[in-house]
Design a protein around this ligand. Sequence first.
Ligand SMILES: Cc1cc2nc3c(=O)[nH]c(=O)nc-3n(C[C@H](O)[C@H](O)[C@H](O)COP(=O)(O)O)c2cc1C
Length: 325
Amino acid sequence: MKTRLTERYRLAHPIVSAPMALVSGGRLAAAVSAGGGLGLIGGGYAGILGGEPDLEAEFDLAGTEQVGIGFITWALAKAPGALDRSLARRPALVFLSFGDPRPFSGAIRASGIDLACQVQTLSHAQQAVEAGATVLVAQGTEAGGHGGGRSTMPLVPEIADYLAQRSPATLLLAAGGIADGRGLAAALMLGADGVVVGSRFWASAEALTPAAAVERAIRATGDDTVRTRAIDRVRGVPWPEEFSFRVVRNRLADQWAGREDDAAAQFGSLAAEYAEARTRLDFDMMAIVAGECVGLIKDRPSAGSVVIAMAAEAERLLRRGPDGW
Ligand SMILES: Cc1cc2nc3c(=O)[nH]c(=O)nc-3n(C[C@H](O)[C@H](O)[C@H](O)COP(=O)(O)O)c2cc1C
C-alpha cells in the first residue's frame, strides 16, 4: 500500500508505532521500522516524572534504523533541554501530543525535522496547522493512555475534511482502537494516510511492558477499560483537565474511576504508594495502560510480525471490498 506517509518516510507499510511513555524504547521502535513501519521512541514526560528510560540510551538501542521520538507537550514545557538533545539525534520526526505545540515548532522545524502533532479536537487541529505540522494524528477516545472524548470514526474524516480545506499538504494519521488489518483498512477509508498504533505494540515482544501487565490485558475484553482523570489526580501527576487516562480495570481503577472530584481533593495522596507499587510491579495498585482494542489482543508477538500481518490483512480486505461479508 502506497500512501503519502509511506512515500514521505520511505516505508513499506503505513503504520507508525505510538511513542508510549515507559513502553516504547529503542528496541521496539527499531523493530517496527525494520518490519516496514515507522517506530517512535517514547520520550514521555521528558524525565520530569522520574523512573523514565534514558533517551540517549534508547536512541542507541535503535541503532541505524530510522526512528522518531514523541513527547507529552505539557511536560516538555518543563524540560526544554530534552528537545534539543533529541533533535541532535536526527529523528525522522518529533511527535507532540497533549498541549500547545506552537512554542516548540520553531526549534523543530529550524532543525529540518518534521513535526507530527497528535490532536483530540478540531481546535487542536487548528493549533497544529498553525504550528506548521507535517503530520496530524487524529486520536480517538478509544485509545489507550491519555486522550480526549471524541471517537475515532467521526473524528478522522472530520479532520480530513478540515485539512482538505485549510492545509491539504498536511498528512493525516488515525489513532485509537486500531489493532489489526481491519482497523488499518477502515482508517484509510476514513481519509487517513496511515495509522498510529499503541496498545497492539504495547503487547509486543520488544515493548518494555512487564509480562504481568500483558497477561492481564490478554484476559480482558474491550468492556474492561475505563477513561478517568482520577488516577492521575491521586498519583499526583498534573495532567491538564481536558485529558483523561484510559486504563484496563483493576483494583485501583475500580476504587477511583468514578470519583474524579474526590480524587482532585486528594491530589497526590497516593503518590508514594503508587511509586512503591511501580517498583513491585503491583498491577492491582498501578495502572495497566491499554485501550479498548485490548479485546483484540490475545498474544505477545514480535512487533515486526504485527506490522506485516496488519498490512497484509488490510491489503487483502481493501482488494476484496465489501463482497463476501
Ligand atoms: C501504554 C501507553 C502509553 C502511551 N503513552 C503516550 C505518550 O507518552 N505520549 C503520547 O503522545 N501518547 C501516548 N499514548 C497514546 C498513543 O500515542 C496513541 O494515541 C494510542 O495508543 C492509540 O490508541 P491504541 O492504544 O488504541 O492503539 C500511550 C498509549 C499507551 C497504550
